[in-house]
Design a protein around this ligand. Structure first.
Ligand code: NAP
Length: 273
Protein backbone atom coordinates (compact mmCIF):
# COMPACT_ATOMS: atom_id res chain seq x y z
CA UNK A 1 0.00 0.00 0.00
CA UNK A 2 1.44 3.36 -1.01
CA UNK A 3 1.04 5.98 1.69
CA UNK A 4 1.14 9.64 0.61
CA UNK A 5 -0.34 10.99 3.85
CA UNK A 6 0.89 14.55 4.35
CA UNK A 7 2.12 14.86 0.73
CA UNK A 8 0.89 17.69 -1.46
CA UNK A 9 0.47 17.54 -5.24
CA UNK A 10 0.15 20.10 -8.03
CA UNK A 11 -1.84 18.67 -10.94
CA UNK A 12 -2.21 20.38 -14.35
CA UNK A 13 -4.54 19.10 -17.07
CA UNK A 14 -7.94 18.37 -15.54
CA UNK A 15 -10.60 19.35 -18.08
CA UNK A 16 -13.29 16.73 -17.42
CA UNK A 17 -13.99 13.60 -15.42
CA UNK A 18 -12.42 11.64 -18.31
CA UNK A 19 -9.11 13.50 -18.05
CA UNK A 20 -6.11 11.30 -17.28
CA UNK A 21 -5.03 14.03 -14.83
CA UNK A 22 -8.30 13.63 -12.92
CA UNK A 23 -7.74 9.88 -12.53
CA UNK A 24 -4.22 10.58 -11.26
CA UNK A 25 -5.48 13.25 -8.84
CA UNK A 26 -8.04 10.82 -7.42
CA UNK A 27 -5.44 8.07 -7.09
CA UNK A 28 -3.09 10.43 -5.23
CA UNK A 29 -5.96 11.37 -2.92
CA UNK A 30 -6.79 7.72 -2.22
CA UNK A 31 -3.18 7.34 -1.06
CA UNK A 32 -3.62 10.30 1.31
CA UNK A 33 -2.23 13.26 -0.66
CA UNK A 34 -3.93 16.61 -1.07
CA UNK A 35 -4.16 18.19 -4.52
CA UNK A 36 -4.07 21.70 -6.00
CA UNK A 37 -5.27 21.96 -9.59
CA UNK A 38 -3.94 24.28 -12.28
CA UNK A 39 -6.70 24.68 -14.86
CA UNK A 40 -7.43 26.54 -18.05
CA UNK A 41 -10.58 28.67 -17.95
CA UNK A 42 -12.25 26.98 -20.93
CA UNK A 43 -14.03 24.33 -18.84
CA UNK A 44 -14.43 26.11 -15.51
CA UNK A 45 -18.05 25.02 -14.97
CA UNK A 46 -17.10 21.37 -15.52
CA UNK A 47 -14.16 21.74 -13.14
CA UNK A 48 -16.41 23.29 -10.46
CA UNK A 49 -18.62 20.19 -10.58
CA UNK A 50 -15.59 17.93 -10.18
CA UNK A 51 -14.05 19.72 -7.20
CA UNK A 52 -17.37 19.94 -5.32
CA UNK A 53 -17.32 18.03 -2.00
CA UNK A 54 -13.72 16.88 -2.42
CA UNK A 55 -11.97 17.78 0.85
CA UNK A 56 -8.66 16.52 -0.62
CA UNK A 57 -8.70 19.33 -3.20
CA UNK A 58 -6.83 22.20 -1.52
CA UNK A 59 -7.49 24.76 -4.25
CA UNK A 60 -7.80 25.33 -7.98
CA UNK A 61 -5.92 28.12 -9.67
CA UNK A 62 -6.34 29.34 -13.24
CA UNK A 63 -3.21 28.97 -15.37
CA UNK A 64 -2.67 29.00 -19.11
CA UNK A 65 0.74 27.36 -19.40
CA UNK A 66 1.58 29.31 -22.56
CA UNK A 67 1.40 32.58 -20.63
CA UNK A 68 4.53 33.22 -18.55
CA UNK A 69 2.69 35.67 -16.27
CA UNK A 70 -0.03 33.08 -15.54
CA UNK A 71 2.56 30.49 -14.51
CA UNK A 72 4.44 33.01 -12.35
CA UNK A 73 1.13 34.02 -10.73
CA UNK A 74 0.20 30.37 -10.17
CA UNK A 75 3.39 29.64 -8.25
CA UNK A 76 3.08 32.89 -6.30
CA UNK A 77 -0.51 31.96 -5.34
CA UNK A 78 0.03 28.41 -4.14
CA UNK A 79 1.33 28.46 -0.60
CA UNK A 80 3.82 26.17 1.10
CA UNK A 81 5.80 23.31 -0.34
CA UNK A 82 4.83 20.39 -2.58
CA UNK A 83 6.01 16.86 -3.31
CA UNK A 84 4.44 16.08 -6.66
CA UNK A 85 3.94 17.87 -9.99
CA UNK A 86 1.76 16.34 -12.72
CA UNK A 87 1.92 17.82 -16.24
CA UNK A 88 -0.91 16.30 -18.33
CA UNK A 89 -1.25 18.95 -20.99
CA UNK A 90 -1.35 18.82 -24.77
CA UNK A 91 -2.81 20.82 -27.61
CA UNK A 92 -2.37 21.16 -31.37
CA UNK A 93 -4.49 23.38 -33.62
CA UNK A 94 -7.14 21.47 -35.61
CA UNK A 95 -5.63 22.90 -38.80
CA UNK A 96 -2.45 20.94 -38.07
CA UNK A 97 -4.21 17.71 -37.04
CA UNK A 98 -6.44 17.57 -40.09
CA UNK A 99 -3.80 17.78 -42.82
CA UNK A 100 -0.74 15.63 -43.58
CA UNK A 101 2.35 16.80 -41.69
CA UNK A 102 3.90 18.23 -44.85
CA UNK A 103 1.27 21.02 -44.80
CA UNK A 104 1.92 22.06 -41.16
CA UNK A 105 2.49 25.79 -40.85
CA UNK A 106 5.31 27.19 -38.73
CA UNK A 107 2.70 28.89 -36.54
CA UNK A 108 0.74 25.67 -35.82
CA UNK A 109 4.00 23.79 -35.23
CA UNK A 110 5.11 26.42 -32.72
CA UNK A 111 1.74 26.35 -30.93
CA UNK A 112 1.72 22.55 -30.59
CA UNK A 113 5.27 22.46 -29.24
CA UNK A 114 4.78 25.47 -26.99
CA UNK A 115 1.70 24.03 -25.25
CA UNK A 116 2.61 20.35 -25.31
CA UNK A 117 6.40 20.33 -24.84
CA UNK A 118 7.84 23.69 -23.77
CA UNK A 119 5.26 23.93 -20.98
CA UNK A 120 7.09 21.12 -19.18
CA UNK A 121 10.22 23.28 -19.02
CA UNK A 122 8.22 26.29 -17.85
CA UNK A 123 6.30 24.43 -15.12
CA UNK A 124 9.36 22.54 -13.90
CA UNK A 125 11.40 25.76 -13.82
CA UNK A 126 8.91 27.59 -11.59
CA UNK A 127 8.02 24.50 -9.56
CA UNK A 128 11.61 24.14 -8.37
CA UNK A 129 11.01 26.95 -5.84
CA UNK A 130 8.10 25.10 -4.18
CA UNK A 131 9.07 21.43 -4.54
CA UNK A 132 10.53 19.58 -1.57
CA UNK A 133 13.73 17.59 -1.99
CA UNK A 134 12.79 14.09 -3.21
CA UNK A 135 9.86 15.41 -5.23
CA UNK A 136 8.55 13.66 -8.32
CA UNK A 137 7.41 15.21 -11.60
CA UNK A 138 5.31 13.26 -14.12
CA UNK A 139 4.26 14.03 -17.68
CA UNK A 140 2.13 12.13 -20.19
CA UNK A 141 3.27 11.07 -23.62
CA UNK A 142 2.13 8.78 -26.41
CA UNK A 143 3.64 6.24 -28.83
CA UNK A 144 3.26 8.84 -31.61
CA UNK A 145 6.42 10.42 -30.16
CA UNK A 146 8.41 7.31 -31.12
CA UNK A 147 6.68 6.08 -34.28
CA UNK A 148 4.28 7.31 -36.93
CA UNK A 149 0.65 7.09 -35.84
CA UNK A 150 -1.78 8.21 -38.56
CA UNK A 151 -3.74 11.30 -37.55
CA UNK A 152 -1.36 12.23 -34.71
CA UNK A 153 0.72 14.39 -37.01
CA UNK A 154 2.46 17.39 -35.38
CA UNK A 155 1.65 15.96 -31.94
CA UNK A 156 4.13 13.15 -32.65
CA UNK A 157 6.94 15.67 -32.92
CA UNK A 158 5.66 17.48 -29.83
CA UNK A 159 5.73 14.22 -27.85
CA UNK A 160 9.20 13.32 -29.17
CA UNK A 161 10.42 16.69 -27.87
CA UNK A 162 8.60 16.12 -24.58
CA UNK A 163 10.24 12.73 -24.11
CA UNK A 164 13.68 14.16 -24.71
CA UNK A 165 12.90 16.92 -22.24
CA UNK A 166 12.12 14.28 -19.61
CA UNK A 167 15.69 13.01 -19.98
CA UNK A 168 17.23 16.50 -20.18
CA UNK A 169 15.28 17.80 -17.18
CA UNK A 170 15.99 14.65 -15.17
CA UNK A 171 19.70 15.36 -15.56
CA UNK A 172 19.25 18.99 -14.50
CA UNK A 173 16.99 18.53 -11.45
CA UNK A 174 18.41 15.19 -10.29
CA UNK A 175 21.34 16.61 -8.32
CA UNK A 176 18.87 18.62 -6.22
CA UNK A 177 17.01 15.39 -5.40
CA UNK A 178 14.07 15.70 -7.82
CA UNK A 179 12.89 12.99 -10.22
CA UNK A 180 11.07 13.40 -13.52
CA UNK A 181 9.43 10.64 -15.57
CA UNK A 182 6.77 10.12 -18.23
CA UNK A 183 4.04 7.61 -18.82
CA UNK A 184 3.46 6.71 -22.46
CA UNK A 185 -0.23 5.87 -22.24
CA UNK A 186 -2.19 3.84 -24.76
CA UNK A 187 -5.11 5.62 -26.43
CA UNK A 188 -7.95 6.60 -24.08
CA UNK A 189 -11.16 8.43 -24.99
CA UNK A 190 -10.80 11.98 -23.58
CA UNK A 191 -11.47 15.53 -24.81
CA UNK A 192 -7.92 15.89 -26.19
CA UNK A 193 -8.11 12.50 -27.91
CA UNK A 194 -11.35 13.46 -29.67
CA UNK A 195 -9.31 15.91 -31.80
CA UNK A 196 -7.18 13.11 -33.31
CA UNK A 197 -8.61 12.02 -36.70
CA UNK A 198 -9.36 8.27 -36.84
CA UNK A 199 -9.12 7.86 -33.05
CA UNK A 200 -11.85 5.17 -32.92
CA UNK A 201 -9.95 3.02 -35.41
CA UNK A 202 -6.77 3.44 -33.38
CA UNK A 203 -8.62 2.19 -30.28
CA UNK A 204 -9.91 -0.85 -32.21
CA UNK A 205 -6.47 -1.63 -33.64
CA UNK A 206 -4.77 -1.39 -30.24
CA UNK A 207 -7.31 -3.65 -28.53
CA UNK A 208 -6.84 -6.15 -31.36
CA UNK A 209 -3.03 -6.08 -31.45
CA UNK A 210 -1.86 -5.39 -27.88
CA UNK A 211 -0.56 -8.39 -25.89
CA UNK A 212 -3.24 -7.81 -23.22
CA UNK A 213 -5.93 -7.73 -25.97
CA UNK A 214 -7.58 -4.61 -24.61
CA UNK A 215 -7.22 -0.88 -24.37
CA UNK A 216 -5.92 0.74 -21.21
CA UNK A 217 -8.05 2.89 -18.92
CA UNK A 218 -7.43 6.06 -16.95
CA UNK A 219 -7.25 3.77 -13.90
CA UNK A 220 -4.38 1.76 -15.45
CA UNK A 221 -2.44 4.98 -16.05
CA UNK A 222 -3.25 6.42 -12.62
CA UNK A 223 -1.97 3.29 -10.85
CA UNK A 224 1.38 3.49 -12.70
CA UNK A 225 1.46 7.23 -11.98
CA UNK A 226 1.03 6.56 -8.27
CA UNK A 227 4.05 4.27 -8.38
CA UNK A 228 6.24 6.80 -10.23
CA UNK A 229 5.09 9.64 -7.96
CA UNK A 230 5.74 7.68 -4.78
CA UNK A 231 8.87 6.65 -2.92
CA UNK A 232 8.57 3.16 -4.45
CA UNK A 233 10.15 4.72 -7.57
CA UNK A 234 12.85 6.56 -5.59
CA UNK A 235 15.57 5.31 -7.97
CA UNK A 236 13.64 5.95 -11.20
CA UNK A 237 14.15 9.15 -13.20
CA UNK A 238 14.39 10.13 -16.88
CA UNK A 239 12.19 7.12 -17.66
CA UNK A 240 9.37 6.70 -20.20
CA UNK A 241 7.09 3.97 -18.84
CA UNK A 242 4.67 2.46 -21.37
CA UNK A 243 1.20 1.84 -19.96
CA UNK A 244 -0.37 0.61 -23.18
CA UNK A 245 -1.36 -3.04 -22.62
CA UNK A 246 2.04 -3.93 -24.12
CA UNK A 247 1.36 -2.53 -27.60
CA UNK A 248 4.78 -0.85 -27.86
CA UNK A 249 6.45 -4.26 -27.68
CA UNK A 250 4.68 -5.64 -30.74
CA UNK A 251 6.18 -5.36 -34.23
CA UNK A 252 3.60 -7.35 -36.17
CA UNK A 253 0.16 -8.48 -34.91
CA UNK A 254 0.08 -12.24 -34.12
CA UNK A 255 -2.72 -12.94 -36.61
CA UNK A 256 -1.20 -11.09 -39.57
CA UNK A 257 -1.89 -14.08 -41.81
CA UNK A 258 -5.65 -13.53 -41.27
CA UNK A 259 -5.51 -9.82 -42.05
CA UNK A 260 -5.86 -8.90 -45.71
CA UNK A 261 -2.93 -6.64 -46.60
CA UNK A 262 -3.16 -5.12 -50.09
CA UNK A 263 0.00 -5.37 -52.20
CA UNK A 264 2.13 -2.22 -51.78
CA UNK A 265 2.00 0.29 -54.61
CA UNK A 266 4.27 3.30 -55.00
CA UNK A 267 2.35 6.29 -53.61
CA UNK A 268 2.12 9.42 -55.78
CA UNK A 269 3.93 12.48 -54.47
CA UNK A 270 1.62 14.59 -52.29
CA UNK A 271 0.48 17.86 -53.87
CA UNK A 272 2.72 20.69 -52.68
CA UNK A 273 1.24 23.81 -51.09
P1 NAP B 1 -7.74 16.19 -21.62
O1 NAP B 1 -8.63 15.73 -20.56
O2 NAP B 1 -8.36 16.96 -22.74
O3 NAP B 1 -6.52 16.97 -20.99
C1 NAP B 1 -5.70 17.86 -21.73
C2 NAP B 1 -5.50 19.04 -20.84
O4 NAP B 1 -4.56 19.98 -21.40
C3 NAP B 1 -6.80 19.81 -20.63
O5 NAP B 1 -6.99 19.99 -19.25
C4 NAP B 1 -6.50 21.13 -21.31
O6 NAP B 1 -7.23 22.23 -20.79
C5 NAP B 1 -5.04 21.26 -21.02
N1 NAP B 1 -4.46 22.35 -21.77
C6 NAP B 1 -4.38 22.52 -23.10
N2 NAP B 1 -3.81 23.71 -23.39
C7 NAP B 1 -3.50 24.29 -22.20
C8 NAP B 1 -2.90 25.50 -21.82
N3 NAP B 1 -2.46 26.39 -22.73
N4 NAP B 1 -2.74 25.78 -20.49
C9 NAP B 1 -3.17 24.92 -19.55
N5 NAP B 1 -3.77 23.75 -19.85
C10 NAP B 1 -3.93 23.43 -21.16
O7 NAP B 1 -7.02 14.92 -22.35
P2 NAP B 1 -6.07 13.79 -21.79
O8 NAP B 1 -6.15 12.73 -22.82
O9 NAP B 1 -6.38 13.47 -20.37
O10 NAP B 1 -4.63 14.44 -21.93
C11 NAP B 1 -3.70 14.55 -20.85
C12 NAP B 1 -2.31 14.21 -21.36
O11 NAP B 1 -2.26 12.81 -21.68
C13 NAP B 1 -1.89 14.93 -22.64
O12 NAP B 1 -0.53 15.28 -22.57
C14 NAP B 1 -2.10 13.87 -23.70
O13 NAP B 1 -1.30 14.10 -24.86
C15 NAP B 1 -1.65 12.66 -22.94
N6 NAP B 1 -2.04 11.39 -23.53
C16 NAP B 1 -3.32 11.14 -23.83
C17 NAP B 1 -3.67 9.94 -24.42
C18 NAP B 1 -5.09 9.65 -24.82
O14 NAP B 1 -5.30 8.77 -25.67
N7 NAP B 1 -6.08 10.32 -24.25
C19 NAP B 1 -2.69 8.96 -24.67
C20 NAP B 1 -1.37 9.25 -24.33
C21 NAP B 1 -1.05 10.46 -23.76
P3 NAP B 1 -8.50 22.77 -21.68
O15 NAP B 1 -9.27 21.58 -22.08
O16 NAP B 1 -9.18 23.71 -20.76
O17 NAP B 1 -7.88 23.44 -22.88
Amino acid sequence: MINLQGKRALVFGVASEDSIAWAIAQKLAQAGATVTLGYQKRFLSRLMQLVKDKPWIESWVECDVTVEEDVKKFFATVKGRYDVLVHAIAFAPATALQKPIIFTTAEDFATALNVSSYSLIRLTHYAMSVLNKGSSVLTLTYLGGERVVPGYRVMGTAKAALENLVRELAAVVGPAGHRINAISAGPIRTLAASGVPGFDSILDWMAHSAPLKRNVTQEDVAKAALFLLSDLASGVTGEILHVDAGYHAVGVPPDLDKIVVPKAQAAPNPPMP
